[in-house]
Design a protein around this ligand. Structure first.
Ligand code: NAD
Length: 508
């Protein structure tokens, strides 16, 4: 029997009936033409949380056509930035007024703790506010040193119709990393949430309508990746597709988009290392490692799923991580005391378990956990906090995204060796270093192949600070100033002043 901190079912009140989710197309709430639906069963409580329209190609095409019309007639794209910002600010207020309703559905659909769902939704309101402030900064360049008779300006224009495809792990946050920025730029959108977590996207649709967004500016199509997501990625009326999800699906989206050479932005997986030097504040580092690997049950693109510890301290540091892991509260996501909730699906739980079993068979040591977890009163899927040592860099558990509460431990002796381990990866989303020596931190930061580097912290993020990955972790950037630029197209305008142009055709 493992000595862990478990939170049993608190018998919290579940919603009386499943949330009914419909498509939002051209300002109208619609069921699918064939009346098909999907049901989401809560991974923590086993009840049906939502019943969502299951769209097909006709719904996807109708939504794209509505977004195209809305873009082309300028009902949103030609408003002033001030007018667009006013709507985004209203949406932020409405999100804040609906935090409880959205957090409950997000918790029940995803299995994440209610306190984290509340934080995700209210934090997302700030992304909407930040995007509103950025809207009014949209500007290009001017060139007035090209000669007395020439003036050129470089304009930033909205890119057009944007498809937004999102995953299940942070459904509302990830949508809010994209949608308000696309709207701030003047784009119109078609959104497809994950079939596992449709509800908060649909509630957002209600709030957009309430805030006065013109019909057709944001359309929502519910359903599976095939055919809905695939249509959004390939249709010739779409100008850009922005996707967050797995690297495998992301590659398929890039291939589907290549048929029309539309712009593609991808936020994909990670295998994010934290490197711990002996001179670090080791207590703070151990706490951050535990946070990094168990937050959202490790179902996090930024999961700090591999640590690389200096050999001199590896044994003691790992022992401290194991000790802290036992104190993290796993259990009923509806209980505010819970820090780690349920695994999103039985299939995903089996995948996590298979990685651990393969590592064990290959000679690794499971220092903690390594099994599914039973929570009293909840008949659903949980997984034990798991720490795996004696791992070699070639093992799949050290290289691939496990997406579960599973930490692997590697060791190093020199900064160069640590950086080689960090960079010997297909992914490059984020990386971290723990040391009191600023030279060590800066050398690490410059040498690590990652979109974000944290020094003496982990997963601190701000709307102002751009986020994205290198290598197979993605293409393009989100949030921050560059997050707005992603949704713009550059147009150069060259103007001649006066009749100074020399004729090309010579008179005969
Ligand atoms: P997924 O790739 O399975 O699905 C993501 C979305 O794509 C869903 O809406 C799904 O319906 C859709 N989809 C599936 N097949 C499709 C297809 N053929 N064409 C178009 N759309 C399709 O990912 P997931 O399991 O929902 O999420 C987990 C993954 O997301 C992890 O790999 C994680 O690292 C990644 N992720 C990355 C970030 C980031 O910012 N880098 C953030 C969160 C999650």
């Amino acid at each position: 029997m493992l000595d862990l901190t478990l939170i049993p079912s608190s018998n919290a009140t579940l919603p009386a009936a499943p949330f009914r989710a419909r498509h939002l197309i051209d300002g109208r709430w619609l069921d699918s033409s064939d009346a098909a639906v999907t049901e989401r069963v809560s991974p923590s409580h086993g009840v049906v949380v939502s019943r969502a329209a299951k769209g097909g190609k006709p719904e996807a095409e109708a939504a794209i056509a509505a977004a195209r019309r809305a873009f082309d007639d300028g009902r949103w794209s030609q408003l002033s930035a001030k007018e667009r910002a006013a709507v985004l600010l209203k949406v932020a207020d409405l999100i804040e007024a609906n935090v409880e309703r959205m957090a409950l559905l997000e918790t029940l659909e995803s299995g994440k703790p209610i306190t984290q769902a509340r934080g995700e939704v209210s934090g997302a309101a700030d992304l909407w506010r930040y995007a509103a402030s950025l809207a009014r900064t949209l500007q290009g360049d001017s060139h007035n040193a090209l000669g007395a008779d020439i003036l050129a300006v470089v304009l930033k224009e909205p890119i057009g119709v944007v498809s937004i495809i999102t995953p299940w792990n942070f459904p509302f946050w990830i949508l809010s990393q994209k949608l308000p920025f696309a709207l701030a730029a003047g784009c119109t959108c078609v959104v497809k949430p994950s079939e596992l977590t449709p509800s908060t996207t649909v509630i957002l649709g209600e709030l957009l309508v309430e805030a006065g967004l013109p019909a057709g500016t944001v359309n929502i199509v519910l359903g599976l990746g095939q055919p809905v997501g695939a249509t959004l990625a390939s249709d010739r009326h779409v100008d850009m597709v922005t996707f967050t999800g797995s690297t495998a699906v992301g590659k398929g989206i890039a291939a589907a988009a290549s048929g029309t050479l539309k712009k593609v932005a991808l936020e994909l997986g990670g295998k994010n290392p934290q490197v711990i030097f002996p001179d670090a504040d080791l207590e703070s580092a151990a706490d951050a490692v535990v946070f990094g690997v168990y937050f959202n049950v490790g179902q996090c693109c930024n999961s700090g799923s591999r640590i690389i510890v200096h050999a001199d301290i590896a044994e003691a540091f790992t022992a401290r991580v194991v000790e802290l892991s036992r104190q993290v509260a796993f259990g009923d996501p509806l209980d505010p005391a819970t820090q780690v909730g349920a695994i999103v699906s039985p299939e995903h739980g089996a995948k996590i378990d298979a990685y651990v079993a393969a590592a064990r068979n290959a000679g690794a040591t499971v220092a903690l956990g390594g099994q599914p977890l039973t929570i009293p009163g909840l008949a659903a899927q949980f997984y034990q906090p798991t720490v795996v040592t004696n791992v070699t860099p070639d093992m799949p558990i050290a290289r691939e995204e496990v997406f579960g509460p599973v930490l692997t431990v590697l060791t190093f002796r020199t900064l160069e060796e640590a950086l080689t381990l960090v960079n010997d990866a297909d992914y490059g989303l984020s990386a971290g270093v723990w040391s009191e020596n600023v030279h060590t931190c800066l050398s690490f930061a410059r040498g690590a192949q990652a979109g974000t580097v944290w020094t003496n912290t982990w997963m601190d993020g701000f709307p102002e600070v751009t986020f994205g990955g290198v290598k197979q972790s993605g293409l393009g950037r989100e949030i921050g100033r560059y997050g707005l630029d992603e949704f713009t197209e550059i147009k150069s305008l060259v103007m001649r002043i006066g009749r100074t142009r020399t004729p090309w055709v010579r008179p005969r």
